[in-house]
Design a protein around this ligand. Structure first.
Ligand code: CP
Ligand code: NVA
Length: 307
């Protein structure tokens, strides 16, 4: 990166060149594992996780290992941010031992506080507002399939949540059209929506919000969904089911998209809720390619930030 960025907090703070650099490096790492062997020799990645994870934890821990470094996982019981000690004190400790931090937490402000407190890179491994590593992987995965991303329409069906926000940002930056089909009252964050609509139009793309899933998937090249209830909102799960039922991605809905449209999901999936087995197990589904690519993209991110 020419003017090397310190952190990966949100796609909002990346430009098109930086996104492309991550994609190109991930592609090179995927094609030639050995070329980057020992690139982060003896570097330590602190992995601060306040929420559960399979993919993010596994891919960052494997990623740092494959580059010659070491990841240390700190789960919810370990640091107990803000309870056992303050975010400031925990961050100031970690900075003395580690060369980078991945953090998965609740409030977005926890991530920015970490970033402002330490001089080492801070990578957002998901918070209540955004999930940038996921969106980078998703557009990288689509680029493997469709070279000209700007010709693409991505449809999001479901909750206007953290994954949706990061996808909106990356689509806006890359000039990809995005339609969101969300239940009334579950729209994405207003401030983010205003910003991404503006950014997308600068890049000749549109980001549109519908309350009808059929309209959202019309002409879509890929249909993406996520759980109806995100981590931390479990008490709302039952109430949400009623509103989200018409937003299930099933064969009927997939048939409204372009023929051959891909099905995408960040996972974990709640089969039978937001997606049927028939769709997630179909040949249109690229969910496990997304999962695999989390590794290559995680490696590209830590290499660019920590080397
Ligand atoms: N997609 C994703 O971030 O998965 P995990 O929650 O398992 O890390
Ligand atoms: N929106 C989901 C994504 C999980 C990867 C959540 O926050 O729980």
């Amino acid at each position: 990166m020419k003017n090397k960025i310190k952190d990966l907090i949100s796609i909002e703070y990346l430009n098109r060149d930086e996104i492309t650099e991550i994609f190109d490096l991930a592609q090179s790492m995927k094609a030639n594992k050995n070329k980057y062997y020992q690139a982060l020799d003896k570097k330590v990645l602190a992995m601060v996780f306040e929420k559960p994870s399979l993919r993010t934890r596994f891919t960052f821990e494997t990623g740092i290992f494959e580059l010659g470094g070491h990841g240390i996982y700190l789960g919810p019981q370990e640091i107990q941010l803000g309870k056992r000690e303050s975010i400031y004190d925990a961050a100031k400790n970690l900075e003395r031992w580690a060369h980078g931090i991945v953090i998965r937490t609740f409030a977005h402000s926890n991530v920015t506080e970490f970033s402002e407190t330490v001089i080492i890179p801070v990578i957002n491994g998901l918070d209540d507002l955004v999930h940038p590593c996921q969106a980078l992987t998703d557009l990288y995965t689509l680029r493997e399939k469709i070279e000209n991303l700007s010709a693409l329409t991505l449809a999001w069906v479901g909750d206007g949540n953290n994954v949706a926000h990061s996808l909106m940002w990356i689509c806006a930056k890359l000039g990809v059209n995005m339609n969101l089909g969300v239940p009334d009252g579950y729209e994405p964050n207003k401030e983010i929506t205003l910003k991404v609509v503006k950014e997308a139009s600068k890049n000749n793309a549109e980001i549109r919000i519908f309350h009808d899933p059929d309209e959202a998937v019309r002409n879509a090249d890929a249909v993406y969904t996520d759980v109806w209830t995100s981590m931390g909102r479990e008490t709302e799960a039952e109430r949400r089911k009623k509103f989200f039922k018409p937003f299930q991605v099933n064969s009927r809905l997939m048939d409204k998209a372009r023929p051959g449209a891909y099905f995408m999901h960040c996972l974990p999936a709640h089969r039978g809720d937001e997606v049927t087995d028939e769709v997630i197990d179909s040949i249109r589904s690229i969910v496990f390619e997304q999962a695999e690519n989390r590794l290559h993209v995680a490696k590209a991110i830590i290499y660019l930030l920590m080397r």
